[in-house]
Design a protein around this ligand. Structure first.
Ligand code: ZN
Ligand code: ZN
Length: 218
């Protein structure tokens, strides 16, 4: 709304009025389009539902009257009548301005309420977002701790495995050593036994094959 123009009172229109308009005795004003289509259909105010049946309840006016209109329209009327008409016109203007202020204030309040709601929603979303980040961070930290724990366990197992492998090598080495020693001892003892045996075999051969193998005959 500009400072000097009134607004079409039709809720869905609300455009600035600066040419022809329709005014009603219930102190409402409409643009030419909305006034024409409404009052051609029924004599009822689309704003307050007032029935407007009397001759001057609805008047089409020119908001930018030319000079001759201004010169002639109130001519011949007594000053007090002119003043009375002017006061009524000013009163109409003031009423429109007051109504517009109420509408603007109400609209501003609605917008402010919407803004507050959007702000609350955004704050809630931000809170939820931060909460989710915190949860995810904790999860990541926990996963990292688990991974570190697992790494240490694996390292411990590896160390134990290396130690066991070392012990096994030692045992194997001892086993090999003992085996070699055993073989060596066996060879020595075999050699020691073989000499008298050879001598025995020689004596036996000389003594008429006393020890020569003879198969059993049943
Ligand atoms: Zn309109
Ligand atoms: Zn009305």
């Amino acid at each position: 709304m500009s400072e000097t123009n009134l607004i079409c009172n039709y809720k869905k229109c609300r455009k600035d009025l600066n040419s022809f308009a329709w005014v009603t005795s219930c102190s409402h004003i409409f643009c030419d389009y909305d006034g024409s289509r409404t009052f051609n259909r029924e004599k009822k105010c689309p704003c307050c539902n007032e029935v407007l049946n009397r001759r001057l309840d609805i008047v089409q006016i020119n908001l930018n009257p030319d000079e001759s209109f201004k010169s002639m329209i109130l001519c011949g009327l007594r000053p007090e009548v002119v003043m009375d008409i002017s006061l009524r016109a000013v009163s109409f203007w003031n009423y429109q301005m007051t109504q517009e202020k109420i509408i603007q204030t109400s609209s501003m309040k609605r917008l402010q309420a919407k803004f507050e709601q959007v702000k609350i929603n955004m704050e809630t979303m931000e809170y939820q977002f931060q909460k989710n980040i915190l949860i995810e961070t904790k999860k990541s930290e926990s996963a990292l701790k688990d991974a570190e724990l697992q790494r240490r366990k694996t390292q411990e197992i590896e160390e134990k495995l290396i130690e066991k492998s070392r012990i096994l090598q030692q045992v194997q080495s001892k086993y090999e050593s003992l085996k070699l020693q055993l073989i060596s001892n066996t060879i020595k003892s075999t050699k020691a036994e073989q000499i008298p045996m050879a001598q025995l075999q020689l004596k036996t051969f000389e003594g008429q094959n006393e020890f020569v193998f003879a198969p059993n005959v049943d």
